[in-house]
Design a protein around this ligand. Structure first.
Ligand SMILES: *Cc1c(COP(=O)(O)O)cnc(C)c1O
Length: 394
């Protein structure tokens, strides 16, 4: 570790704060460092490793596809890409899919789609995009401009024009913001990086209605909430509110980089040949991995199990809140996207768990976020809860 840390500090951009550990192997919800020490993973690569580390069926899909064909570009058809698009469409509101390589790129594609749709259907001037304060949509310029956290803008301005931000769950502010000039409203059903803040049903329903009235598109950023994370294949299915456009990435290919922007046919139509593209997007190996992930995750029994495990974890966390009311406040989130709301600094709790070789994240000072693999066991959930209890006792 010391050697890798020295090497990294010498040669890498120093844009990340890293834990002092290097991992060499993973299995299920377990990670192993260079000395063979075992860690329990409630981070899962930031909600990416949906089926745990190196799940056998995903690994063999990758191996088989890698041995056959790595890449041809989007000048040609490939089977994994076409079949993955079919699976996504058959299991969602959408009719068509654009593939890219990351979350930010999926958001970027959605924003460009919205501007172009408005321009072709309504003429120039309908360019305003309404997003939420405290949201996170990625680090490229469009996605960063949608991101409602000024700390991330520092030193990078000017941003892309015509974005406005309203507080989450503020109906009045949303009504005020969405007007005839609005081409899109972009929302995370649960603000993940914002500290796991769920949107209220009424807020999403109002956004849907306002978009319909204004002729604007509703874009859902399900990059963190999608692919089974909340106990439904997509979080919008909890709310019964359908968007025109949805962004996916993170868990989609179980650990390989893959992003997707899904849309209704009438909307996606405006991306004519040459209007948008990605060299690597829909790479056959990543798509083969995603097919293996979705084969498991879209099974209703699997999703029911995610909901049960999410409830077990939530119940355990609520129990801790009752035991330590001076240190803990409550639990937020849905399925296996949960945050323990703390009165003590969440990063300190995260650090104490790390010292016990349990990995978590703290996106906000008062939110300890838990995004374990969807395949986490009840025993592993108990191990986390016991460790938390011991730490909170001390
Ligand atoms: C992680 C995330 C992104 C950005 O994804 P990248 O792959 O890091 O570009 C965008 N939106 C949401 C909701 C995310 O959680």
């Amino acid at each position: 570790m010391a050697y890798l840390k020295d090497l990294g500090e010498l040669y890498l951009a120093q844009n990340y704060r890293r834990f002092p550990v290097a991992f060499v192997e993973g299995k299920g919800a377990r990670l192993f460092d260079e000395e063979g020490r075992e860690y329990l993973d409630f981070c899962a690569g930031i909600a990416v490793c949906a089926l745990g580390h190196s799940p056998p069926e995903v690994v063999s899909a990758i191996k088989e596809q890698a041995a056959r064909l790595l890449h041809v570009s989007n000048l040609y058809w490939t089977e994994p890409q076409a079949r993955l698009a079919q699976v996504l469409v058959e299991n969602s509101f959408a009719d068509r899919v654009f593939f890219c390589n990351s979350g930010a790129e999926a958001v970027e594609a959605a924003l460009k789609l919205a501007r172009r749709y408005a321009w072709l259907r309504h003429g120039p001037g309908k360019t305003k995009i309404v997003a939420l304060e405290n949201s996170f949509h990625g680090r490229t310029y469009g996605a960063l401009s949608a991101t409602g956290q000024p700390a991330y803008w520092e030193g990078f301005e000017p941003l892309v024009p015509d974005f406005v931000h309203v507080p989450p769950n503020d109906l009045e502010a949303l009504r005020e913001a969405v007007d005839e000039r609005t081409c899109a409203v972009i929302l995370e059903p649960i603000l993940g990086e914002g500290g796991v803040i769920p949107l209220e049903r009424e807020f999403l329903e109002t956004a849907r209605r306002l978009c319909d009235q204004a002729g604007a598109l509703l874009i859902l950023d399900e990059i963190q909430t999608g692919v089974g994370r909340t106990g439904q294949l997509f979080a919008y299915q909890h709310y019964g509110v359908e968007p025109e456009v949805m962004c996916l990435a993170k868990g989609l290919a179980g650990g390989l980089p893959l992003g997707a922007m899904l849309a209704k046919a009438e909307v996606m139509e405006v991306l004519s040949p040459g209007s948008h593209a990605s060299t690597f997007g829909g790479n056959p190996v990543c798509c083969a991995a995603a097919l293996a992930v979705l084969e498991r995750v879209r099974d209703p029994d699997f999703l029911a199990e995610v909901r049960l495990k999410g409830e077990a974890l939530r119940k355990g966390l609520l129990g801790l809140c009752e035991k330590f009311p001076e240190k803990l406040k409550g639990v937020r989130g849905l399925g296996l996207l949960l945050a323990l709301e703390t009165r003590i600094p969440a990063p300190e709790l995260m650090q104490a768990l790390f010292e016990r070789r349990i990995l978590t994240t703290a996106p906000k000072p008062e939110a300890l976020r838990l995004t374990p693999p969807l395949t986490i066991s009840y025993r592993e959930i108990d191990a986390l809860l016991s460790a938390l209890e011991e730490i909170l006792k001390a």
